[in-house]
Ligand binder design. Structure first.
Ligand code: EPU
Length: 310
């Protein structure tokens, strides 16, 4: 996300942008974001854009910079908490086909940032490329997965990245090696200041039955331990001493509610929305958990979800 924005008239900005861009680029103002996140809370974005191509994305960014419009890149909203006041600035979503390809070349998969991680796992299985099964259960896009260094079942996406295509906020595109990015557990901070357009992932050639077996096993483990209700996945990063879910469980907080937000009874690190939650409810529940973890166990919990808006 770029630095904080200043005043702009969303209607005027959307009109100016639509004059610059092709009709294929989706441009909206006051776009509700709750429906674009898996947690389903939060207010609208001043501006919302789905660019039709890299060139149009670059044009949008070049418009925003001199107008000091803050830009946030939205994936599938599966690890995102939007505050109730919404986002003052422009939300870009790489949902159009130009950004969503998944193509195989040998043991490599060329993936657009807008492609679903699940689609990558399915294509890998179809092509007999093993080692990417853990992506199947992560409800995000390739771009969001890279930004968060998303992981599951002992694997994380950056373990598999061979190269990336990035755009900076001035619209300049560069191919990069993963070693040149700042990557950590559940984070890639380089992708706060640059936008992932695509990545090449590498697996290894394996019999399809073996890949299928692992997919089924991961799927079963996930359904056995994680809730299916609206959530943002794990809300906290695991601290070094204990998994956050286990800690929250031991604190007796499963089932604790604030308004329409509740600590899942299935997994302590998931906060679920019963359909009536506001972002305030979720944030208050996060604070309640953090306070209990700090006072009773001296453990500082850090949120894994990205929190935006006002
Ligand atoms: N546990 C409890 N009570 C709970 C939840 C968990 O005792 O309510 C125990 C489990 O029995 C297990 C340990 O805590 O012994 C760890 O739990 P789990 O295997 O479910 O893994 P996790 O560390 O909670 C991580 C990732 C998940 C990923 C799973 C499966 C983080 C923060 N979470 O969860 O990722 O799906 O492993 O591989 O790293 C996410 O990032 O959003 C996410 C859901």
């Amino acid at each position: 996300m770029t630095e904080s924005g200043t005043f702009m008239d969303p209607l005027q900005a959307s009109q100016e942008l639509s004059q610059m861009l092709s009709p294929q680029t989706v441009i909206r103002h006051h776009e509700p974001l709750a429906k674009r996140t898996t947690l389903r809370v939060g207010g609208p974005a001043d501006l919302y854009i789905e660019p039709a191509s890299e060139t149009e994305l670059a044009a949008v960014l070049r418009y925003c910079a001199p107008h000091q419009i803050a830009v946030f890149v939205l994936g599938r909203g599966s690890n995102l908490l939007v505050r109730d006041g919404g986002f003052r600035g422009l939300v870009v979503c790489l949902a159009q086909p130009a950004f969503a390809r998944v193509e195989t070349a040998g043991e490599r998969l060329h993936c657009g940032a807008g492609a679903r991680l699940k689609a990558v796992a399915i294509e890998a299985k179809r092509s007999g490329i093993g080692g990417l099964e853990f992506l199947e259960g992560i409800p995000g896009s390739v771009g969001g997965g890279l930004r968060m260094n998303a992981g599951a079942m002992g694997g994380a996406i950056f373990d598999k990245v061979v190269s990336l295509r990035l755009m900076d906020f001035s619209g300049r595109v560069e191919e990069r090696a993963p070693a040149s990015l700042a990557v950590a557990y559940r984070s890639c901070s380089t992708l706060k200041t640059e936008i992932a357009l695509a990545a090449v992932l590498r697996g290894k050639s394996e019999p399809r039955e073996l890949i299928e077996q692992r997919l089924n096993e991961f799927n079963r483990r996930r359904w056995d331990s994680q809730p299916s209700a609206s959530s943002a996945g794990c809300i906290f990063k695991n601290p070094p001493s204990i998994p956050a879910g286990k800690l929250i469980d031991e604190l007796g907080l499963k089932g604790t509610r604030v308004g329409g937000a509740m600590v899942s009874t299935e997994h302590g690190n998931f906060l679920v929305n019963d359909g009536t939650a506001t972002a305030r409810d979720v944030l208050d529940l996060i604070e309640l958990i953090r306070t209990r973890a700090q006072t009773e166990r001296s453990i500082g919990l850090e949120t894994e979800v990205e929190i935006i808006g006002e």
